[in-house]
Design a protein around this ligand. Sequence first.
Ligand SMILES: [Zn+2]
Ligand SMILES: [Zn+2]
Length: 401
Amino acid sequence: MKALVFSRSPTRYAATRTLSVVSSRFNASVSPLDFTTNFELPNRNLPYQQCKVLLSGICGSDISMLDSSSSRYFEDFTSFPFVPGHEIVALAPNDDGTKRRVVIEPGLSCIVREISPLCDYCSVGATDKCINTISGSLNSGTQTGYCHSTGGGWSENFIAHPSQIHDLPESISNEAALMIEPLACAMHGVLRAKPKADSEVAVIGAGTVGQMTLAALFTLAPEAKVSALARYSNQAELASSFGASILRSNDELRRTARRKSKGIMVANRVMGGFDTTFDCVGTNETLSHALEITRPGGTVILSGLPSPMRIDLTPLWHKQISIVGTYAYGSEIYEDKTIRTFELAIQRANSLGLERFVSTIYPLEDFEEAINHARNSGRRGATKIAFDPASKVSHTPRKAS
Ligand SMILES: [Zn+2]
Ligand SMILES: [Zn+2]
C-alpha cells in the first residue's frame, strides 16, 4: 500500500538541518521521508484493528521533525522507520464487516500497549503523562505517527487499539473531525490554565495551535477577555470569529497589556500585563515576548512543541511568572465531571465551525508540495494542510456555511 515512511539517517538529518536554515522549501531529495507503494504494516492480532485513513493532517511538530529543527529529545521515544501522521480521521471495522467513521486518539499509553498494571498516571486517566511509552507490546513511540508498530496517518491503513478509537457523530464532517486532535490539545491547555471569569488572556500565534486555543477559550472559558496576536490577515479574520481582540504586532500587544493592566512600560517590558499568556508558537522570540507581557505572578502556558532555545529568564524570576507546559490530552475535570479530552472536543466540535481551518488536501504522492504548503501556511493564507490517501489531485474542501 501507499505510505510516506520516515527513516533515521544521521547524514540526511545533518543535510536537512542545514538546508532548512537557508531555505524555506522542504527538500525531498535529502529528507528522511520517502514515498512508497509497497509498504506493509507489521502484523497485529486482536484487539488491535486495522483502520483505513480518510484524512490525516500535517502538524507543526511533523514539520519540525522533517526539517530537523525540533529538539532531539523525542528520538529516544520513537521507533524507526515509522509512518508519520497523528491527526487521523479513519474508517474502523465493525464486527459485522461494515465500517464506521472514527477519529483516533494517538497517544500510545499503558492500555494501548497492553501493560498491566497501569502506571500511576494512566490508572487515573492521565494518559498524557504515561511513563511507559517505550515498553509493552508496541515499539517505542509516544503517539501513533512516531511508532514503527502502529503505522500512521500518512498512509492508506494503520493499526489502532480499540481504546484509541472514538466514534464520530454523523453531523461532524471529515474535515471538522480532522481538527479534533489539535482542538483536544488546546482544550487540555486551557483546562490546565483554568482562566478565571474576567481574567485577561493573551494568545501569541494564530496558526493551528493558536486558532484551536482561541476555540477552546471560546467554548470552555467564555468569560475570559482574550487578546490574540495574529500576523496574517486570514488568521486575524478566523481569530476574530472567536471573539478575540486582534493585535497585529508585538508592539500592539505590549501596549494592550499595559493599558488593560494600568501598568507601566520599562523599555520593552510591561510592568503589569496579562494574567495568562498562551505561547502557541514556542520560539525564543515568542516565549521572550510572553514573559514581557505577562503580569507579576501570572502564568505562561507553553502550547505546541517548542523549538530548542536559549532565553533570558530574568523576567520570569523578577515577575515571579510560572511557565506551564501542556502536552496532548487525557482526562479532564470539567463542570465537576471527569471526561476524556477527546470526548469533550467531539461534543463541542459542531459549535466551532472547525471545517474552516482545513485549507488544502493533497494526495500522498504530492507530499513535497503538501509539506511546503504546511511549512509556509501562515504566509500562504492557510491553516491546516492534510493528506487524503484516496485522492488523486489536491483540492480545497467544502467550507462550513
Ligand atoms: Zn500535533
Ligand atoms: Zn501509563
